[in-house]
Design a protein around this ligand. Structure first.
Ligand code: 5GP
Ligand code: ZN
Length: 306
């Protein structure tokens, strides 16, 4: 969302001290630096408050809260944590992009749960009881971040440094209906995540779009291994349907018009520019990359329901 500070952090327009990141959630240090390790956990997608946040996103955020909290205890020497969420301006929310505050705690620490974190209605006498001393000698946030940040999960090395690896998936709610596509492109250990959606489309069109968009991001002349769970897309290449369709002037063997000709032609252009090999993967199984693409594509559909 334009003009939202946290969206700008998600987009990289404003820097942050990143602690954790996955496809849907970002965790970073609060610049207030008012308690050691004070972390904000936010959905990458903009929701003003928890009131309007969809439940799938909310569970993803809470899963990340638990992961980060457990990391602080298991790997960083903390004993527990507090979480807090301000929902609505009247409850003390100052940044209107839903977020959870997480403060790691140590036995007998002198952390203040500050009023800025607890909203304006927190009882001051209660605060005094749990407040022992001000947070003095504020540490450098960059150093705190180095100590606390979670190691990026070692990415499976997908490519051999010569060949790009592309995972894709498409999804549709109704046929036709709102649809989404996603592509994860890996080259030299670096990953590019792309996704998009359309209000009125079909599952096959989204499967095709995912591959087209992924390939569009590869420089001409390069080799790409495409992994898709769409028999429609993969078999068109592996079983020579495309060659037959072109030979028959985009007519099927039953003389009907080939569906999605516009997208097939785009995809053909990409395959001529590159050296592409198609692989069929089993959908909804234990392939992490296929599962991530599926979740990202479904997230795009959700945007039309919000
Ligand atoms: P709220 O009062 O809305 O629950 O909490 C918003 C939090 O966001 C505050 O604790 C504030 O310090 C933090 N914050 C505001 N702007 C930024 C920023 O640009 N970067 C970071 N890291 N935190 C911010
Ligand atoms: Zn936002």
């Amino acid at each position: 969302m334009k003009d939202c500070i946290f969206c700008k952090i998600v987009n990289g327009e404003i820097p942050c001290y990143k602690i954790y990141e996955d496809d849907f959630v970002l965790g970073f240090l609060d610049i207030a630096n008012d308690a050691y390790g004070h972390t904000l956990i936010i959905p990458k997608k903009h929701y003003d408050t928890m009131m309007t946040c969809d439940n799938t996103t909310l569970s993803r955020v809470m899963e990340a809260v638990k992961k980060i909290g457990n990391h602080y205890v298991e790997d960083c020497g903390f004993d527990g944590w507090n979480i807090l969420n301000n929902t609505g301006e009247d409850a003390g929310q100052s940044v209107m992009h839903m977020h959870i505050h997480l403060v790691p705690r140590k036995k007998d620490d002198k952390t203040i749960i500050s009023s800025c974190m607890c909203g304006k209605f927190v009882c001051n006498s209660l605060l005094k009881e749990i407040t022992i001393s001000p947070f003095e000698n504020k540490p450098d946030l960059a150093q705190v971040c180095n100590v606390l940040k979670m190691e990026e999960k070692p990415k499976a090395v997908l490519d051999d440094g010569k060949c790009h690896v592309l995972y894709t998936d498409g999804a549709c709610s109704g046929n036709p209906g709102a649809g989404g596509w996603a592509a994860i492109l890996s080259f030299k250990g670096k990953e590019q995540v792309l996704s998009g959606g359309e209000k009125e489309t079909t599952n096959n069109r989204m499967e095709l779009m995912a591959v087209i968009k992924g390939l569009e991001n590869v420089e001409s002349g390069q080799s790409v291994e495409v992994h898709s769970d769409s028999a429609y897309v993969v078999n068109a290449f592996l079983q020579n349907w495309l060659e037959n369709w072109q030979r028959n002037n985009w007519r099927t063997s039953g003389k009907g018009e080939v569906l999605n000709k516009d997208l097939w032609q785009k995809l053909l252009l990409e395959t001529k520019r590159l050296n592409v090999h198609f692989n069929k993967v089993k959908g909804h199984s234990d392939n992490d990359f296929n599962n991530r693409c599926d979740a990202l594509a479904r997230e795009e559909i959700q945007k039309f329901n919000d």
